[in-house]
Design a protein around this ligand. Structure first.
Ligand code: 5GP
Length: 118
C-alpha cells in the first residue's frame, strides 16, 4: 500500500544506527551524512532528528530548528571544502521528486553548478 507521510523512513533508521551511513556531522537536533547516490563530488543530506515529513509540514515551532539546519548546511559545505560554491535543495512532495518523506536538505557542490539546475 501507499506509504503515509507519518510512516518511519530509512532516515529514521540511519538516525537510530539501524542501518549504516557515512555520517559527517551530528548534534542533538540533526544529522548530516553522504548521499548514497551522489549527483556531485560533494552531496550531503542534512536532516532534523525530528521526523518532519516534508518542508511544508514544518510549523512555527520548527523555526529555530529550520534555521539550525541551514547553518549546519553551511558548516558541512565548509568542512567538505567547497568554499562558498554550493547548492541547497529541498524537494518538497512527490511532484517535486521527493522520495524519502523525512525532511532533508541536499548540500551539493564540488563541481560546476549550472542554473537552471544541471
Ligand atoms: P529526495 O529525492 O527525497 O529529495 O532525496 C532522497 C535522497 O536520499 C536521494 O538523493 C537518495 O540518493 C538518498 N538516499 C536514499 N536512500 C538512502 C540511504 O539509505 N542512504 C543514504 N545515504 N542516502 C539515501
Amino acid at each position: 500500500s501507499k506509504p503515509k507521510p507519518s510512516d518511519p523512513t530509512i532516515f529514521s533508521k540511519i538516525i537510530g544506527r539501524e542501518i549504516p551511513a557515512d555520517i559527517v556531522y551530528e548534534d542533538d537536533e540533526c544529522l548530516a551524512f553522504k548521499d548514497i547516490n551522489p549527483c556531485a563530488p560533494v552531496h550531503i543530506l542534512v536532516i532534523p532528528k525530528k521526523p518532519i515529513p516534508r518542508l511544508c509540514d514544518a510549523s512555527k515551532e520548527d523555526m529555530v530548528l529550520l534555521g539550525h539546519l541551514n547553518l549546519v548546511a553551511n558548516q558541512v559545505a565548509a568542512d567538505a571544502g567547497v568554499g562558498d560554491a554550493f547548492r541547497l535543495v529541498v524537494n518538497n512532495g512527490e511532484g517535486a521528486c521527493q522520495s524519502v518523506f523525512h525532511l532533508h536538505y541536499h548540500v551539493i557542490g564540488g563541481r560546476t553548478l549550472q542554473w537552471p539546475p544541471g
